[in-house]
Design a protein around this ligand. Structure first.
Ligand SMILES: C[S@@+](CC[C@H](N)C(=O)[O-])C[C@H]1O[C@@H](n2cnc3c(N)ncnc32)[C@H](O)[C@@H]1O
Length: 271
């Protein structure tokens, strides 16, 4: 980490206008000039990614799709498990972030990882996926409904979806869920919205409507260089139901118990 690389990122986040006629062009306008410095800064901004990876226990031979996988930094969280997976796809629309991902894959000699330059709302893998993850990408996908629908379509019955992302609570959340102040619900969406990051109160309800909830955690953390307040984020793990409810086969991915704080719900099979 250097102050200069932080300045480079802060310039793109706070000052440089984002231009482009398409979503892909706007992403590239935002990321191209900060791709090199991306990982170091995001380690301090995008919390809970390692915990998500550690919690999802994919059996050997699984197919894992990381939607909006960017520089592929999440691949580091697999550790030795990576070699046991059949295939990992890192899907992203930003060529400059995928270039970093490809360099990482080559450097580590990961032969079962493939980068795919494609839209997460439409791309489908050649075989059904056992796990689909979104780490801080749903808030950057304008049609995030379509991205979740697309993930559901590619998942095998019993497969898992894991999401970690910023959010804000509904004004009147359902019982047991966190409430956020007016300031949190108003300020952070406006702040992040300037970078086309849209924290939503609808992600979690939509995910819960479409998947069996295995785990939901609501947390918050500080934002680098912002001396006040904390930004809420959630971690969700859900399972795709079969036509008649839940299917559980021996080789399905499962959820590993880890330290939980904030609001946590757990159901289904917890290893
Ligand atoms: C905040 S970054 C997170 C990157 C990575 N998942 C991580 O945890 O570091 C959001 C990512 O979503 C990608 N993205 C946004 N919209 C997308 C879309 N429609 N299809 C694929 N990727 C998209 C961006 O290019 C970017 O890499």
């Amino acid at each position: 980490m250097s102050f200069f690389s932080d300045l480079q990122v802060l310039y793109h986040m706070a000052l440089k206008p984002i231009r482009g006629d398409s979503h892909k062009d706007r992403l590239e306008s935002f990321y191209a000039g900060q791709a090199d410095a991306y990982d170091e800064f995001r380690k301090r901004l995008l919390h809970g990614r390692q915990e998500l990876w550690d919690t999802i226990d994919a059996p050997p031979g699984s197919v894992w799709v990381d939607m909006g996988g960017g520089t592929g930094s999440n691949l580091e969280y697999f550790g030795e498990r990576l070699a046991t997976l059949k295939k990992v796809y890192v899907v992203d629309l930003s060529p400059s972030l995928l270039e970093i991902a490809r360099a990482r894959i080559e450097k580590n000699g990961w032969t079962n990882v493939e980068t795919v330059e494609a839209d997460a709302t439409r791309w489908q893998p050649p075989q059904p996926a056992d796990v689909v993850t979104f780490s801080y990408s749903l808030t950057m996908i304008p049609d995030w409904f379509a991205a979740i629908d697309n993930a559901k379509q590619m998942l095998a019955v019993g497969g898992l979806i894991g999401v970690v992302d910023f959010y804000v609570a509904r004004k009147y959340p359902i019982d047991g869920r966190k409430q956020h102040s007016w300031f949190t619900r108003t300020f952070w969406p406006a702040w992040f919205g300037t970078d086309n990051v849209f924290p939503s109160w609808d992600h979690v309800p939509y995910l819960e409507r479409h998947f069996e909830t295995l785990r939901l955690e609501e947390k918050d953390a500080g934002v680098p260089y912002v001396p006040f307040g904390t930004m809420p984020f959630y971690r969700f793990i859900g399972r795709k139901r079969g036509p008649e409810g839940i299917a559980t086969a021996a080789a399905e991915p499962s959820v590993t118990e880890t330290e939980v704080s904030g609001t946590a719900l757990a159901a289904g099979r917890i290893a």
